[in-house]
Design a binder for this molecule. Structure first.
Ligand SMILES: Cc1ncc(COP(=O)(O)O)c(C=O)c1O
Length: 334
């Protein structure tokens, strides 16, 4: 088993959200937020936990440069760039230009490079552009090119999600088991699935509600495969079939990066009632999924519910919703 580099992950706090809880129909003491957005390294978010493990594996293999791929506003790509720099490594990001492919029309628009892209620039990442359909192919070509230059590239998985990265969320599950042993529901955004997989491996499939943001077409299969791999490696949890997972697809709406009305509403409620910042691509949809689960009765009053805040703040500033919010600032007290 690989080790872990130190990117500053400490046990993150678990905070109550009593005003938001009452607003969405729960009891004041029912809703808690696991502040993984406070994993502050490189602009913060859930991928820091994964990168501590993925980078350790890359360094053990002698890597000199990290290579990964994703959307233009990928939080994971941004954090890979930050991690590379912290560890003295080179970094190449293969990204899909905004306004193309899965998130077509959702980005800030071609030419308006901000949000995560600004931080990628700050970290001095080398960026290559590719369309969604050719992302893996271009990343593989970059690896070959770097090898030919005498470097030792490590290609990290999309979203940092493989069993190694998911161990970061097995650790988060361990923290939650101590902080909220009675939690009945743990709600988390799902992109490439590693965060949900680690939580399921640590807490059991029945307690974890994943809300799919629509980043990959086969999220349930991916999550189940990682849970099974983690179970095999640890021997302490059991494999799950993808049908056993509580994975909600109802918040995807028009697709990955496309903001929905329910996510828009959830973001406003979290901001106005708790001063809590959610993002339009992941945590806004995850909170919308939590609200919908309260409405359908899947989450009931009196059941302790933990919302895992996975970060994503830089992405908010790279999304057109930021302008919509700014245009409405001061417009109402709601
Ligand atoms: C802010 C944020 N939340 C949640 C996720 C989803 O995590 P995972 O890819 O482990 O499913 C991501 C993935 O990029 C993310 O950036």
């Amino acid at each position: 088993m690989t080790g872990r580099v130190d990117l500053g992950v400490w046990r993150t706090p678990l905070e109550p959200a009593p005003r938001l809880a009452e607003r969405i129909g729960l009891g004041a003491g029912d809703l808690w937020v696991k502040r993984d957005d406070w994993l502050g390294f490189g602009g913060g978010g859930n991928k820091v936990r994964k990168l501590e493990l993925l980078c350790a594996a890359a360094i053990e293999q002698g890597a000199t440069t990290l290579v990964t791929s994703g959307a233009a506003q990928s939080n994971y790509a941004r954090l890979t760039a930050a991690a590379a720099r912290r560890l003295g490594l080179g970094v190449v990001l293969v990204l899909v230009p905004e306004g193309e492919g899965a998130g077509a029309g959702a980005g800030a628009g071609a030419g308006m490079r901000t949000g995560n892209l600004a931080l990628d620039g700050l970290f001095g990442a080398e960026i290559r552009w590719a369309e969604w359909a050719r992302l893996d192919e271009v990343a593989a070509a970059v690896v070959e090119e770097l090898r030919a230059r005498g470097e030792r590239p490590a290609l990290l998985p999309y979203g940092g999600s493989n069993a190694t990265g998911a161990r970061g969320y097995l650790a988060c599950a361990g923290e939650l088991a101590e902080q909220a042993p009675d939690a009945r529901h743990v709600v988390v955004a799902v992109g490439s699935g590693g965060s949900m997989a680690g939580l399921v491996a640590g807490l059991g499939a029945e307690r974890v509600l994943g809300v799919n943001a629509g980043a990959v077409p086969d999220a349930a299969v991916r999550v189940a495969a990682m849970v099974s791999e983690l179970a095999e490696a640890s021997g302490s949890s059991r494999p799950v079939g993808h049908a056993e997972l509580r994975l909600c697809d109802e918040q995807i709406g028009g697709g990955y990066e496309q903001l929905t009305d329910s996510a828009r509403q959830a973001m406003r409620e979290a901001g106005r009632h708790e001063g809590l910042i959610l993002d339009p691509v992941y945590t806004g949809k995850a909170m919308a999924g939590l609200v919908a689960a309260v409405e359908t009765g899947e989450i009931g009053r009196g059941q302790r519910t933990v919302f895992v805040h996975t970060g994503g703040l830089p992405g908010l500033f790279g999304h057109p919703f930021a302008s919509e919010l700014a245009a409405g600032a001061g417009a109402g007290s709601g």
